[in-house]
Structure formats: structure tokens, C-alpha cells
Design a protein around this ligand. Structure first.
Ligand SMILES: [Zn+2]
Length: 101
């Protein structure tokens, strides 16, 4: 069983989000809900190519998600505009009849 340098046995596996170790997991001491500062790698070191490629893929994925959110908002806005224009058209049509169109 793994024990921290401070004697604590309450260790957690945490995922790194740094560019150099993106997604790599490590042990971290959780003494009194505050970390004592100790940590040790749980996963093996990542290969050089993964360290280079994965952050780029994550950034690319984030950009795509942003684009998707913007496109979704635009689609909602266009739907509202179409609904509004049809409501306006129907109101006008009912009020003035077919001959005044
Ligand atoms: Zn500790």
C-alpha cells in the first residue's frame, strides 16, 4: 500500500491537465482536504509524440466546440426570425385577405 511522505494513507488518483502531461494520472496526498504537496506518478511517462500531439488535438477540439455552439445559437436565431416572419405574414394575410397581398 502506498503511503505519503507525511504518513497519510488517504491518497487520490488525480489527472494532470498540463500540456506536458495531459491526461496522465498521478497520486496526490489529500490530508485534511488540503494537499501536503506530495505527489507521485501513477501512469508511465508519456511518449514524446503524445506530449506534442495531444494538446494540439485538445485545442482543436475546443475550437470546434466553440464553433458548434455559435452555429447552434445562429440556427436558433434564424428559427425565431422565420417563426416571427411567418406570424407577421399570417396576421397580415388574415387581416387583409388574399387580394391585398
Ligand atoms: Zn501527505
Amino acid at each position: 500500500m502506498l503511503i505519503c511522505a507525511c504518513g497519510n494513507r488517504d491518497l487520490a488518483i488525480v489527472t494532470s491537465w498540463s500540456d506536458r502531461n495531459l491526461g496522465r494520472q498521478f497520486w496526490s496526498c489529500l490530508r485534511n482536504e488540503r494537499r501536503c504537496g506530495w505527489s507521485g506518478w501513477f501512469d508511465e511517462p508519456m511518449c514524446h509524440r503524445s506530449v506534442e500531439v495531444i494538446p494540439r488535438l485538445i485545442r482543436s477540439m475546443n475550437k470546434l466546440q466553440e464553433s458548434l455552439q455559435q452555429a447552434t445559437l445562429q440556427a436558433r436565431m434564424y428559427k425565431l426570425i422565420i417563426l416571427f416572419s411567418w406570424a407577421l405574414f399570417s396576421t397580415h394575410y388574415l387581416k387583409h385577405g388574399r387580394s391585398r397581398l
